[in-house]
Structures are given as structure tokens and as C-alpha cells.
Write a protein that binds this ligand. Structure first.
Ligand SMILES: [Zn+2]
Length: 431
């Protein structure tokens, strides 16, 4: 390393100089390492420079002729006139590429790309594409491009990041675990495509553990399924191998139907938060009840659920529930009554199947069964897509599938087992 100073300089100048060095040195290091590695390999395979081995004396190479796939019998043919460039997480790597001639078929080729696992026209490494995608699932493509250059150095255009995200995105995501205590199902609309209502993002989340850390309760969630612009039956197929202990639904009829059809033996619990909100909305906006009356229905529902949870008295709970329906009807709140009646079979599952999905039940004195985890995921997804533009369906599907994969460690973000061997490449400053 060389240090050049024009007299006494400030810390700011040193920071700038060190950063500039830090931005360019790693890529140079990688390029030098590649050149020296390939040179050593070719010495072994075709013999040292100026002392070529006869074909019969050559050993089998780690690479093959790009035309006839021969692994033996090569001659050095100097270097490719142009540097091979590939943008990596540590900047643009540009290296000289040794060229060989195949003595079997006469083809000239450069073996470095194949040795490095690069495809013929690959301009970015997968690691860089994944790093750029990690930013793009949080912020707009143009901003991701800017942040990547500012914070990490590599220059990748917004258009290239978008192309990579679309290339790496699966059409849908399926489960990586099958045994889940609680299965949550819900959907949300995304502003994409031509239809006014947009397109549906459907999610299935499994809750696998619940831990308490001081005052906070942490729920461990796994992504079991994600589809965009496809019906719930596609989700049903994705979840074919999943065995849930309890299914939580928000009241959408299609979801309850799916649960009944695909998981006939699994108890279904209605999300109590959605139920309470649904009753308020039906009373307030459909039945045109006063705010006080609509709030009162909600409060009564809350009370009877808390009592049911504390007393475990199913008959009393059902009677109180039927009374609330009658009460709503008597007050002219027909839609609220219908909403409650529609949930009858799913509201007290926590009493009829107390062991199912046990870990969802809290200790705040009231049943804590809700699809809150899913609501938060939906909001997170919507934050990325509600950017004031109308997305194309493939565009919104790609960004959401990659965002979900990354959030839940699927696909390229799946945890890799810790290597058993020490790293095979190490760089350090010479003493
Ligand atoms: Zn050949």
C-alpha cells in the first residue's frame, strides 16, 4: 500500500481519500486474484508460458472447450483484447482474460468466465442483484439505485434492478414448513392492472411459536403461501401439505369456504378484532345506526367474549351471543345482526376447541385471537406499492414476491448452513 500526503492534511481529506481507496481497492483485489488464479491453473493444465505441454501430457481441465466440450488439449493464445467486466458487491471488477485454443476443434475461448460461474453476457453477480433487490423491496427502484451507489459503491441503474427483481421473483410462494399450530388467511387489494378494484394479494401465514420478552409478546410467523391475482383455490393447492391446528379467518366467505373444503377437520376461528369492527361498520354505515348504538354493540360483544373466555361456559356464551343478535335486530340494526349471525359457527372455536392453536390465546383477560400479524404484513406490503403509480400486474407481483421471500427467508434468502471449512479466500494487509 502506498500513502502520499501533500503536507499536513485534515481528517476530512483523509476520510475522503480512504473512502475512495476503499471503494476501488476491493474490486482491484478481486481482479488481481482472478488473474493470478487463472494464470496458475493454466500453468498446470497447458504448461508454463513458453513451455507448452504436449496434449498427451496435459491433465484434465476444470473447464471445457465451449464448442466441443473437450477437457484436454489446449494451447495458449494470449489475452482477450478487452477486459472482462462484471459489477460485484465490491464494485466493478475488470480483469484480463487469458485465451486458449482448443486443439481438437480449433475454437478460441477464455476459460475464466466458466471457472467463475459467470454466464457469457452476465454483467452483475447474483450477490449484487440480491443486495440491490433487498433495497428495492423497501424503497422505489430509483432510490434503491441511488442508495446502493451512495452507501455501498456499486452502480446499478434503476432499470437493471427492476429487471433483476422480475427475473428472480417466483410467480407464487409456497410453504417451507407443514406443521403449524395456527394458519392465518387473508387478502388485500393492490393498485395494479386495469381493473378499478386492483388485484388481490392473498397470504397464508403460519404462527409457530409465541414467546414473551418482558412486556412484549413475540409471535414467530412463517410464510406458507403468497399469490397475486389468483383465486383462493390456487392457495388451497399451495397449502395441500400443510397441517394446521387452527385456522383463523377474517370473515370473508371465500376463505371460510376454502377452509371447510381443504381442511374439513381443522377448527376455524373468526378473527375477533375483525368481527367487532365488522359489527360496528354494519351497524353504523349499512343500518345507519347512531355512533353510540354501533359502539354499544361492539362493547357488548367485547364483554360477552371476555366472559366466555374467563368462564369457559359455552352455553352461557351462546345464549349471550344470540341475545346480542336479537338486541341488534330489535334496534333495527339488521346488517349488524346478520354479520353476527354469519359468524356464529366460528366465533367460539376457542371454547369448543380449547387446545387448537393454543399459543394464540393471551392472558389479558380476553381472547386474543386475531389476524393482527397478517394485517401488519399487508400494511408493510402496501407501503411499498402505494407510491402513487399504477403498477403492472407482473411488476407488482415481482416486487411483492421478492419482498415476502426476503422477509420470511425463502428462496435466495434462505439461511445457508454454516460452512464446515474456514473461508477459502482470505485477504489481509502485508506486514
Ligand atoms: Zn473444442
Amino acid at each position: 500500500m502506498r500513502i502520499e500526503l501533500d503536507g499536513i492534511v485534515g481528517l476530512g481529506e483523509l476520510e475522503d481519500a480512504a473512502l475512495a481507496f476503499g471503494r476501488s481497492a476491493p474490486a482491484q483485489l478481486v481482479a488481481d486474484a482472478i488473474e493470478s488464479m487463472v494464470a496458475d491453473l493454466l500453468d498446470v493444465v497447458v504448461g508454463p508460458f513458453g513451455l507448452p505441454l504436449a496434449t498427451e501430457d496435459q491433465s484434465e481441465a476444470l473447464f471445457a472447450c465451449t464448442r466441443c466440450a473437450s477437457r484436454r488439449g489446449f494451447r495458449r493464445r494470449g489475452f482477450r483484447p478487452k477486459l472482462r467486466k462484471v459489477t460485484t458487491v465490491c464494485g466493478q471488477v475488470a480483469f484480463r482474460s487469458q485465451q486458449l485454443e482448443c486443439l481438437t476443434c480449433g475454437r478460441r475461448f477464455a476459460p475464466a468466465a466458466e471457472l467463475l460461474g459467470l454466464t457469457p453476457h452476465q454483467r452483475r453477480t447474483d450477490q449484487l442483484s440480491e443486495m440491490a433487490a433487498s433495497l428495492a423491496v423497501e424503497v422505489a427502484y430509483a432510490k434503491a439505485s441511488r442508495l446502493l451507489a451512495e452507501l455501498a459503491g456499486p452502480q446499478v441503474s434503476a432499470r437493471s434492478i427492476r429487471r433483476d427483481v422480475i427475473a428472480m421473483a417466483p410467480d407464487r410462494v409456497g410453504p417451507e414448513v407443514c406443521e403449524v399450530p395456527v394458519l392465518l388467511l387473508d387478502g388485500t387489494g393492490e393498485r395494479a392492472g386495469q381493473t378499478k378494484g386492483g388485484v388481490a394479494l392473498n397470504l397464508a401465514i403460519g404462527l409457530v411459536a409465541r414467546t414473551r420478552q418482558g412486556q412484549r409478546v413475540k409471535v414467530e410467523a412463517r410464510l406458507l403461501g403468497a399469490t397475486l391475482g389468483e383465486g383462493w383455490s390456487v392457495m388451497g393447492d399451495l397449502l395441500a401439505e400443510v397441517r394446521p391446528g387452527l385456522i383463523l379467518v377474517d370473515g370473508e366467505e371465500e376463505l371460510s369456504a376454502l377452509a371447510a373444503e381443504r381442511f374439513p377437520d381443522v377448527p376455524v376461528q373468526r378473527c375477533l378484532w375483525h368481527l367487532s369492527r365488522g359489527v360496528y361498520r354494519a351497524a353504523r354505515y349499512t343500518d345507519k345506526s347512531s355512533h353510540d348504538l354501533a359502539t354499544d354493540f361492539g362493547a357488548q360483544l367485547e364483554t360477552l367474549l371476555t366472559n366466555a373466555y374467563r368462564s369457559h361456559d359455552l352455553n352461557a356464551a351462546r345464549t349471550a351471543y344470540d341475545d346480542l343478535i336479537d338486541d341488534a335486530e330489535a334496534c333495527g340494526a339488521r346488517a349488524a345482526a346478520a354479520h353476527l349471525r354469519g359468524a356464529t359457527d366460528e366465533v367460539f372455536t376457542f371454547l369448543t376447541h380449547p387446545a387448537a392453536g393454543r399459543l394464540l390465546f393471551g392472558d389479558k383477560g380476553r381472547p386474543e385471537v386475531g389476524t393482527g400479524v397478517l394485517e401488519r404484513v399487508m400494511r408493510e406490503m402496501n407501503r411499498r406499492t402505494d407510491v402513487g403509480v399504477r403498477w403492472s400486474i407482473p411488476g407488482v407481483r415481482a416486487i411483492l414476491m421478492v419482498k415476502l421471500q426476503r422477509k420470511y427467508h425463502h428462496g435466495p434468502w434462505a439461511p445457508t448452513p454454516a460452512p464446515h471449512h474456514p473461508p477459502t479466500a482470505r485477504f489481509s494487509l502485508a506486514p
